[in-house]
Design a protein around this ligand. Structure first.
Ligand SMILES: *[C@@H]1O[C@H](CO)[C@@H](O)[C@H](O)[C@H]1NC(C)=O
Ligand SMILES: *[C@@H]1O[C@H](CO)[C@@H](O)[C@H](O)[C@H]1NC(C)=O
Ligand SMILES: *[C@@H]1O[C@H](CO)[C@@H](O)[C@H](O)[C@H]1NC(C)=O
Length: 771
């Protein structure tokens, strides 16, 4: 099942990413050499034998005892104590037995989660954040990604004061990046490539991605400027989405940590980068990449995020582009803010009119040239214009017969390759325009756009089918395409994106994920000057801004918002900031209807939207928060049935779980949402479970009363039903009892629990699953 999900995730990533990446993994190519892998070795520093002067000597000696030839890629000091190196499986086994070695974990390869938002979030003309504006410019947002394109206007530093004195980071130089590439906005830039080079067997040189912090793929420039780009007026892509482009936290500083290369982001590089980010003094970290959800001790991204959170750094991560399948989430550890993607209220409408007069509305491509605008031409299905019909249906490279498509509008299915590549295939074969139709398997209604090479309209599956039946009903089918530019105030919005990964949480079913939704469809932000907007090598168009989609885009929105909240409430912990974002999130439209899921057009559930869509202004004044300390996260691991070694691998500490195992449980882990998995035995006996939560008052003294909705198959009761806070920072506990009767017909049901003092609503989703 896991493997199946991985394949699906991989296919989805391929179809959504705009970076043309080459997925070569040398581990599979080294047929004749002894099969080595990269491992991350966690050491127990308290076990260092006294004969060694320092840790490095000790690590080297341990390594030499199992392999003469192995070199250390990195030594780690902050995220973990230990190092990374290449070993054969046998050497790894031997190393595990050495004194002081906690664990030897194979490195994971992670993938980027790609596929005017401040106004949409209600930040347009609010003064709510003014009190934090000076403090905001003292905060540094670290972005782990493909680096930065420093010439982008979005990194201009006009009006910014001196670099905060707390900042200890560096502007590392390389072939195309010098110390003047950084400024008072881009205050730090580093690159981490050893894991990438070792794993792929490639060497960074003149012909490769730059061996420097320079972003040649565009992804890192887009995400970091979404989080904290300086305002740039007149930003647009080929005239579309024109307006002022600004990051969520426009005066916060950016530090770029380049860990993602053409081919992925490698665990040994990620740990090295977070080691440095901690030493440099970042305040918030953004990670728009991930892999399949796995146990936390085997996941370098989760381990790095744990170390950062333990030091008070807020970590926001993308939920993944594995939708619409369930259990497709990445980055599910409870210390992440896990961000799903939804649409905004901006669209690029266009329509197709066919020979019989029928009109089909959809989304137009972001095409720079002259569109057809009413000119009638022949239309053909890629399926009928190819020798390999299935490939032709998806307009794969080399599949279209030029004589059959020249001068025509070509219908291409969504999926299998990127939309931009299909449009390039149509152009190469002499086609005049493209109709991009959602395919039968998944997307149905959701429409995404791209900077295509021919005029294009994206249509839903149903509309595509209608056009196909017209095509097959006449001898010479004709059609025309009209593009309508940029449309604002589109309703309904937000809608959960089809590609946004969904719960339940496959690692810890008791913790609901994702946490929140944020904008991730057709997002405008700064771009690299190295590749065109589609990221295809053939795309030589230069753009300053690009419009792309993915949970990669939703994550940095929340990163920037976390910085805004921290600037107003510098004393809040990462968990308090997350709680504020979650309990104030909205999950209905203004008319009271639940946010829709693009997959079905039906109401979405907390497995898609978590606590809901972020509402940054409300998050500044949540009333109450569910706080968590480092101790809570450690106890969480204790009661997750991990071994001492596994807990030490995650936490880099020696932990005694005796107390936690007596007094603590997953049900008492103070998370701002509830996930209640019921396991049924064959006798259908009713099951009752109790969850305890502790609320901290971050507002004025007040009495809060609880309201909880009910579901058909479980009774929910809260005790006490009223909580009176008489002072700031006071903590009060309550218990929720979930009593399930017989097994229901559906496998999941959802409810909601809200505390209110008449002024604030502190809301939590509840998700039940039966298995
Ligand atoms: C640094 O790069 C900029 C822009 O590429 C260039 O103008 C400048 O001369 C370079 N400075 C140094 C010291 O190499
Ligand atoms: C396209 O192919 C389908 C399936 O073979 C066929 O039913 C249809 O008639 C073809 N359409 C045209 C216009 O040739
Ligand atoms: C359990 O409940 C299900 C659904 O109500 C029913 O079909 C089944 O027969 C019950 N099993 C037992 C052992 O009572």
């Amino acid at each position: 099942m896991k493997f199946f999900h991985f394949i699906i995730l991989f296919i989805m990533l391929m179809s959504i990413t705009t970076l043309s990446q080459c997925h070569v993994d040398n581990d599979h190519n080294l047929k004749h050499a002894p099969k080595k892998r990269t491992y991350i070795i966690h050491m127990d520093e308290s076990n260092k034998p006294t004969v060694f002067n320092d840790h490095l000597n000790w690590y080297e000696s341990s390594l030499k005892s199992v392999s003469d030839s192995a070199n250390m890629l990195y030594t780690y000091t902050d995220v973990i104590h230990g190092f990374s190196t290449r070993l054969s499986p046998k050497e790894a086994e031997q190393l595990k037995k050495q004194l002081g070695v906690v664990s030897v974990v194979p490195e994971i390869r992670y993938e980027l989660h790609t596929t005017g938002t401040p106004e949409f979030l209600g930040l347009g003309n609010t003064k709510a954040f003014l009190s934090g504006s000076d403090k905001l410019s003292n905060l540094v947002i670290g972005v782990l990604d493909t680096g930065a394109w420093p010439e982008s206007q979005s990194y201009h530093d006009e009006g910014l004061g001196p670099i905060p004195s707390s900042w200890k980071g560096k502007c590392e130089v390389g072939p195309s990046f010098n110390s003047s590439s950084c400024n008072k906005k881009l205050v730090g830039a580093r690159f981490f490539y050893r894991g990438y080079e070792e794993r792929t067997g490639r060497r960074l040189d003149k012909n490769s991605d730059s061996k420097s912090p320079r972003d040649e793929g565009g992804h890192g420039t887009h995400t970091s400027t979404t989080a904290a780009g300086s305002p740039v007026s007149g930003a647009n892509l080929f005239g579309y989405a024109s307006g002022t482009a600004s990051g969520m936290a426009p005066t916060a500083r950016v530090a770029a940590y380049k860990v993602c290369w053409n081919g992925g982001c490698y665990g040994s590089d990620v740990i090295a980068a977070v080691d440095k980010a901690i030493q440099d003094g970042v305040h918030v970290l953004s990670m728009s990449f991930g892999g399949v959800a796995r146990e936390y001790y085997a996941d370098s991204v989760a381990i790095a995020a744990f170390a950062a959170t333990a030091r008070g750094i807020v970590v926001s991560a993308s939920a993944g582009n594995g939708g619409p399948w369930s259990q497709s989430l990445s980055n599910v550890a409870p210390w992440f803010i896990t961000v799903g993607a939804s649409t905004i209220d901006r669209d690029f409408p266009g329509y197709v009119r066919v020979g019989n007069g029928k009109l089909f509305e959809g989304i137009s491509s972001l095409y720079p040239g002259k569109p057809l605008q009413g000119e009638w031409i022949l239309i053909v299905d890629g399926y009928n214009a190819s020798e390999k019909t299935e490939d032709g249906a998806y307009c794969l490279p080399g599949s279209l017969v030029p004589e059959k498509v020249a001068g025509k509008i070509v219908i291409c299915n969504r999926g299998r390759n990127t939309r931009a590549q299909k449009s390039l295939v149509v152009e190469d074969s002499g086609g005049a325009a493209m109709i991009f139709v959602n395919d039968r398997r998944s997307y149905k209604e959701e429409l995404v756009t791209d900077a295509d090479f021919v005029p294009t309209i994206a249509l839903s599956l149903k509309k595509g089918d209608a056009i196909r039946s017209y095509l097959n009903s006449v001898a010479n089918p004709i059609a025309t395409i009209v593009v309508e530019g940029t449309k604002l105030a589109v309703q309904p919005s937000p809608v959960v994106a089809t590609f946004s990964s969904r719960g339940p949480n496959s690692v810890t079913p008791e913790v609901l994920k994702p946490d929140v939704l944020a904008p991730g469809v057709n997002i405008l932000a700064a771009w690299t000057g190295k590749v065109g907007p589609t990221g295809l090598y053939r795309d030589t168009r230069q753009v300053s801004f690009n419009i792309i989609s993915g949970t990669s885009m939703s994550c940095p929105h929340v990163t920037g918002l976390a910085a805004l909240i921290k600037s107003v409430h510098p004393e809040w912990s990462p968990a308090a900031i997350k709680s504020a974002l979650m309990t104030t999130a909205y999950w209905t439209y203004k008319n009271g209807e639940t946010i829709q899921d693009a997959v079905t057009g039906n109401p979405a559930t907390p497995f898609e939207y978590g606590a809901g869509h972020v509402d940054p202004v409300a998050a500044l004044d949540p009333g109450l928060v569910y706080d968590l300390t480092l101790q809570d996260y450690i106890w969480f691991l204790c009661v997750s049935d991990y071994t001492t070694e596994q807990i030490k691998t995650v936490t880099n500490r020696n932990v005694n779980c005796k107390y936690a195992k007596r007094k603590y449980s997953l049900q008492n882990f103070n998370y701002p949402s509830f996930a209640v998995p019921f396991e049924y035995s064959t006798d259908n006996a009713s099951i009752t479970v109790k969850y305890t939560r502790i609320l901290t008052n971050v507002g004025a003294p007040a009495t809060y009363k609880v309201v909880v909705s009910q579901v058909e198959s479980a009774k929910i009761s809260v005790n006490p039903e009223s909580l009176t806070f008489v002072e700031a920072n006071q903590k009060l506990a309550y218990t929720v009892t979930f009593a399930a009767g017989s097994k229901p017909s559906s496998t999941s049901q959802f409810a909601r629990l809200e505390w209110s003092d008449g002024k604030h609503i502190v809301g939590s989703p509840i998700a039940f699953t039966w298995s």
